[in-house]
Design a protein around this ligand. Structure first.
Ligand code: TXA
Ligand code: MG
Length: 334
């Protein structure tokens, strides 16, 4: 038995063929992978993550031909989006082929499919005779991992191997769309492919079903998700007069940009607390890449509450805000 973390593709492939679990790097977040056509292997994923079986898994593929073999219908819009954005941070929900285990799709008649953009994982997928079912490699409800160590920290005891592909270049999960037989495209989850680029590629309007609330069509889109251990509170609710006194070295501040931080620091004295700036210049891509690592860092630092500023609601800023909203949902309940 070698090290838990490594770059041995043969070992990863052998383990997956045996029905075992291997964490894989992707450009979005790390996935917890198993043979997506094998019910027992997929059951191992739900067990390791403590994930309820009503939350379906994404099948990862190494080619468009493989994707087509997993669905009953491949509408024109699917062809258009796959050829434009794959490999990349887009997942498509399509009518499922009958040989996909019901456990993988949580008994839904549809299957979610994506081709990840990571050289190591693509080459792994291309040598395997099956697609890889892979949710994000974190315990259910927690923040997704964006490097191999994040995976080892939390799921190390449950996984046979972690393929190390470095830090994720996008850092936020894929955008999920469903496509119907009339080529209508509905966004089910905001993610690493921004809506502006998606809409421009389709050439006609996206369907309006996206909500910032739990979406019944995307069963995993629970309000409370992506939660670090600390309470997450919008900085808008921060009242300097009342709360400055309670700011300690276990209070965190997550700033979207350096300008956000500067503005707030002028009016309050938050010197002794923990600060993290997602992107110095307020770049949405850089901020997305740093978001989950920042949340983990606050947790590691033992922060009990973290005040955060919202991203501008455009580009990947929408997906960042979606994750912040869910991360703070737990807090809002109390
Ligand atoms: O970027 C990503 O998508 C990462 C990497 C590893 O690929 N994966 C990921 O998986 O975020 P996960 O399981 O954490 O989130 C996938 C979500 C599910 O929670 C569910 O909402 C949605 O995909 N989903 C999966 N199958 C679906 C289906 N048939 N219909 C609707 N939504 C589905
Ligand atoms: Mg997840």
């Amino acid at each position: 038995m070698g090290a838990l973390i490594g770059i041995d593709l043969d070992r990863a492939a052998d383990l997956l063929i045996q029905g075992k679990l291997v964490a894989i790097p992707t450009e979005t977040v790390y996935g917890l992978a198993a043979n997506g056509l094998n019910t027992e292997a997929a059951a191992g994923i739900f067990a390791a993550k403590n994930r309820p079986t009503f939350d379906p898994l994404i099948l990862h593929v190494g080619s468009i031909a493989q994707a087509k073999s997993l669905c009953l219908d491949w509408p024109e819009a699917a062809e258009k989006l796959a050829s434009r954005f794959w490999p990349g941070p887009l997942t498509m929900v399509l009518p499922k082929a009958s040989h996909i285990p019901d456990l993988v799709t949580s008994d839904h008649p549809t299957v979610a499919i994506r081709m990840p953009n990571n050289a190591m994982t693509l080459s792994l997928l291309q040598r395997l005779p099956f697609p890889l079912a892979a949710p994000s490699a974190n315990p259910f409800g927690y923040v997704s991992p964006t490097n191999a160590q994040h995976v080892a920290d939390q799921l190390g005891d449950h996984i046979d191997y972690i393929l190390d592909g470095g830090s994720c270049s996008i850092g936020i999960e894929s955008t999920i769309v469903s496509i119907d037989t009339q080529n209508r495209v509905t966004v089910l989850r905001l993610g690493g492919l921004d809506l502006e680029t998606l809409a421009e590629a389709i050439g006609y309007p996206l369907e309006e079903s996206l909500s910032m609330h739990s979406n019944p069509k995307a069963p995993g889109q629970l309000d409370q998700h992506y939660s670090p251990g600390c309470a997450m509170i919008p900085f808008l609710n921060f009242n300097p007069d009342a709360e400055n006194k309670s700011v300690t070295n276990t209070t965190g501040f997550l700033w979207f940009s350096q300008a956000d931080k500067k503005e707030a620091m002028n009016s309050t004295s938050l010197i002794n607390s923990k600060h993290y700036v997602l992107s110095k210049d307020g770049d949405d891509r850089e901020a997305a890449m740093n978001l989950f690592g920042a949340l983990r860092q606050f947790d590691k630092d033992g922060c009990d509450s973290v005040y955060f500023t919202w991203a501008p609601e455009k580009g990947l800023g929408r997906a960042i805000n979606d994750r912040l909203k869910r991360a703070s949902a737990k807090t809002n309940l109390h």
